[in-house]
Design a protein around this ligand. Structure first.
Ligand SMILES: *Cc1c(COP(=O)(O)O)cnc(C)c1O
Length: 277
């Protein structure tokens, strides 16, 4: 049974994270960047934890597994108690799962567009929802160059961004996302994957004419969100620091390997790498 972290613990952690975010934003070189948004990553956590965070004022939540997002977003209790919840899909999206994700109630943003084909499928699928608003999307970039990570190659980002802006009338391009390496040693300087994302942002801004302050950057997780914000991240995805360590009772891998190394095994790429697509 999924254990529920106590409401007090979640609310205390949320306050700590948002305070640290404000502090890091104050250290940015470019003070014109928007206030960073916190996406509370609730994957593997029960809906009671989501409700506890929502009651403390949190509105943006992230999930990276299609079925989990679909189930949680349709839960009666979530629909009743969390009317303004904003779901972010942050996992790898296969084209045959697009309509499932895009039908999730209160879906706010898909952060993981990585090809023109995927954007095209999403554009078509979103039009069927017949909503007034466009679907906000980010383009995910594989900044670390590791083959097991998802996201487009940095060389292809302009092409995909232009495709979304010019050919996908139901999608609203908001910015760029990356996961990057988790084990970067900050004493050696800024995370090069984050710097790579910022380079891509500058290029996209130059090519499209979008002002830097209007192009969002999604980078930073539990172990590096403060660093990411200082560098200019406008959207951090924080899970375990808010909801506690994740547990995977159904996995066959020994627990030790899951919890060692900052709980990285569940990150989309590592898991998807093991699955047959
Ligand atoms: C799980 C996950 C996170 C959150 O990771 P934590 O280390 O628990 O903060 C962020 N982004 C993505 C894409 C994830 O899959």
């Amino acid at each position: 049974m999924a254990s529920t972290t106590s409401k007090e613990n979640i609310q205390t952690a949320l306050k700590m994270v948002t305070d640290k975010m404000t502090c890091s934003a104050g250290k940015r070189v470019n003070q014109a960047l928007p206030k960073p948004r916190l996406v509370a990553v609730s994957k593997t956590k029960p809906i009671q934890d989501i409700i506890a965070a929502y009651e403390a004022g949190q509105r943006n939540f992230g999930e990276n597994y299609v079925m989990e997002l679909v189930e949680k977003s349709h839960e009666k209790e979530i629909l009743e108690k969390c009317e303004d919840i904003k779901w972010h899909f942050i996992g790898h999206l296969q084209r045959n799962k697009v309509s499932k994700v895009l039908m999730a109630p209160n879906l706010y943003m898909v952060e993981t567009v990585e090809s023109e084909k995927l954007a095209e499928a999403m554009d078509k699928s979103w039009s069927k929802n017949k909503l007034e608003r466009k679907l906000d999307v980010m383009v995910q970039i594989n900044t670390s160059g590791e083959s097991n990570k998802h996201g487009c190659e940095p060389e292809n980002v302009i092409k995909i961004v232009e495709f979304v802006r010019e050919k996908c009338s139901n999608l609203n391009f908001r910015g760029l996302m990356t996961i990057g390496s988790f084990d970067h040693d900050l004493t050696k300087g800024p995370n090069p994957d984050f710097q790579k994302l910022l380079e891509c942002r500058d290029l996209v801004c130059k090519e499209t004419g979008i002002p830097i302050e209007e192009l969002e950057i999604s980078m930073g997780m539990s172990n590096d969100y403060e660093h990411a914000i200082e560098l200019g991240s406008t959207n951090v995805r924080v899970g375990s620091t808010i909801f506690g360590a994740r547990h995977y009772p159904n996995k066959t891998v020994p627990n030790e390997s899951i919890h060692a190394n900052g709980d990285v095994n569940d990150i989309q790429s590592k898991v998807e790498g093991l699955k047959v697509e």
